[in-house]
Every structure is written in structure tokens, then in C-alpha cells.
Design a protein around this ligand. Structure first.
Ligand code: AMP
Length: 292
């Protein structure tokens, strides 16, 4: 595996990869990350490897997607350990640019995906999804992958990136080649996250309540035992009783992320963001469409 940190090195390495296949154009998959890799990230890499000739992973802690009071400085950085994990998975190329390379002096462009970015995490984190869309469009243009992989754990992020790809007619990757990968969980149910390392062992135990609460709400809505609004308030109460500060519990259309009051004939999703101690956790699950 080659690790590169300048655009010139990236272009040279990509040209080598593309020239390597007999057909003269090996399929390239991109897996963007912020590093501090865990099994969730590595699952994306394995999916990518199964569907492309070469996997390019990126590691970039993107300052533009962190708010002023967020954990940019404290965000875990462990490039050497991450590189070893990626190499063991058979990644061909690691793109690990510096902030100055991504955002040189004079950088003034912002990519904003309206509406989908506004609610849910966008409400508590103004500008966050603009930062995500801007950096992901840059990564897409830099690497020009045939296919790209993102986790459903960050469900709103995936929806924002798909909307951007659709609206801007991206071709590398095309919107249909932006693949969402199901959330990888700890044995006790918590969605894996680089931020889980901030949790104490007591907080970790308490955090197991989060996916349980979400699954219970999804099931009772799906079975028609509770209305969406009842299920949301029961879930929020349960979380608060277990020491969480609830940011939101919301049920939305899985495609548009518009809030729902009743289940329709389209897939729905229940999403939650809640804090335990200083750590903000997010999670989401599918709710099957109502049966006609
Ligand atoms: P991050 O490094 O947190 O920006 O995440 C990089 C990519 O890995 C994103 O597409 C995330 O959605 C995905 N990811 C993070 N955690 C998980 C997980 N537990 N399961 C599946 N994908 C994940």
C-alpha cells in the first residue's frame, strides 16, 4: 500500500493503478474516513474490495465539518496504526492530505445541500453538512472513483451525499454507485464509532440502551402498537431516564428525510442523537413500509 499526501503524488499513484489492469482501467473504489479506524470502517473497505479492482481509502479530519465547540482538536489521530489496518485489508492507496492541501489559502467555495441538511443533526450542528458535502465533492474530484462506500450509521450524511451526486450529475461516482453499508455494532449493540473511545466503562454499559430503545420504537411503530408520536416520546423518556440528554428522536422518510407522522408505503427510518456525559452518539434503524 502506498500512502500519499500531495495531489501530485495522488494523481501519479492513481494513474499507475488505472494502468495496471489488462483492460486498461481497473475499477477504483473510494472509502472516505476521518481515521481512528474500527471494524465499521474496515467493513466498508471489505465491501469496496469485493466490488472493485483497487481500493483507495482517505483519512482526513475535516475541520470544516466541526463546529466551534466540537472536538476537532481532541479527535483521535493515529495515522500509522490506521495505515497498518488498511494495508492488512489489501487497500492499494491511502490518501492522507494535510489541511493546507485540501484548503489552501484563498479557498472560498462551499457546497450546500439544502433541506436534507437542515433537520436532525443539521439543526444542532449548523454548517456541518456543508463541510461534509464540500470535502466529499473534493475527494470525489481528486480520486474520481467508480464507486464509493459510506456507512448507514451516518444516515443523514449518506442522504446528503446522494442528493449532491444526483443534483450535480456526478459521474465519478454516479449517484447509483454511492453504496450505503449497514451499521456495524459492538457485541452489546452500540454502533461502532471513533467517538466511543471517549466513553467510560459505565457510560458504555448505559449506551447499550440506545440501540435497544431505537429497536423497540421501530418495532412498535411497524407493528402498529404505537403511533409515531407516541413511540418517539416513549423512546425519548426512556433515554432520559437512563442518563441521556436527548437531542432528537425522529421518524423520517428514508429517501427525503422529511419527518413523518404516519407510516406510508415508502421506507421510513427512525433516527436518534443523544449525549451521554460529553459524548454525542447517533444511531438509526429501518422501519418497513406499512402493509397495504
Ligand atoms: P468517519 O471516520 O466517522 O467519518 O466514518 C467514515 C465512514 O465510515 C463513514 O461513511 C461512516 O458512516 C462509516 N462508519 C463509521 N462507523 C460505522 C459503523 N459503525 N458501521 C458502518 N459504517 C460506519
Amino acid at each position: 500500500m502506498q500512502t500519499v499526501n500531495t495531489l501530485h503524488m495522488l494523481r501519479t499513484a492513481l494513474a499507475q493503478l488505472r494502468g495496471q489492469s489488462d483492460a486498461g482501467g481497473g475499477r477504483i473504489a473510494l472509502v472516505p474516513t476521518m481515521g481512528a479506524l474500527h471494524e465499521g470502517h474496515l467493513t466498508l473497505v471489505r465491501r469496496a474490495k469485493a466490488e472493485a479492482d483497487h481500493v483507495v481509502a482517505s483519512i482526513f479530519v475535516n475541520p470544516r465539518q466541526f463546529g466551534a465547540n466540537e472536538d476537532l482538536d481532541a479527535y483521535p489521530r493515529q495515522l500509522a496504526a490506521d495505515a497498518a489496518l488498511l494495508e492488512a485489508e489489501g487497500v492499494a492507496l491511502l490518501w492522507a492530505p494535510m489541511v493546507e492541501t485540501m484548503y489552501p489559502a484563498g479557498f472560498v467555495t462551499n457546497v450546500s445541500v439544502a433541506s436534507i441538511s437542515d433537520g436532525l443533526c443539521g439543526a444542532a450542528r449548523p454548517g456541518h453538512f456543508d463541510g461534509v458535502a464540500t470535502v466529499v465533492l473534493k475527494l470525489f474530484n481528486q480520486v474520481a472513483p467508480d464507486i464509493a462506500f459510506f456507512g448507514e450509521k451516518d444516515f443523514q450524511q449518506l442522504a446528503v451525499i446522494r442528493a449532491m451526486a444526483r443534483d450535480l450529475d456526478l459521474t465519478r461516482p454516479h449517484v447509483d454507485s454511492i453504496i450505503g453499508v449497514p451499521t456495524v455494532r459492538e457485541a452489546y449493540g452500540l454502533a461502532m464509532s471513533s467517538r466511543n473511545r471517549y466513553l467510560s466503562s459505565e457510560q458504555r454499559a448505559a449506551a447499550a440502551i440506545l440501540p435497544q430503545t431505537l429497536a423497540a420504537a421501530a418495532q412498535s411503530i411497524q407493528a402498529g402498537l404505537q403511533t409515531i408520536s407516541e413511540a418517539k416520546s416513549v423512546a425519548a423518556d426512556d433515554l432520559q431516564r437512563n442518563g441521556f440528554q436527548v437531542d432528537y428522536v425522529e421518524v423520517v422518510d428514508a429517501g427525503t428525510l422529511a419527518p413523518l407522522e404516519t407510516l406510508g408505503d415508502r421506507p421510513a427510518r427512525i433516527l436518534v442523537a443523544a449525549r451521554i456525559g460529553g459524548t454525542r452518539l447517533i444511531d438509526n434503524m429501518a422501519i418497513a413500509p406499512a402493509r397495504g
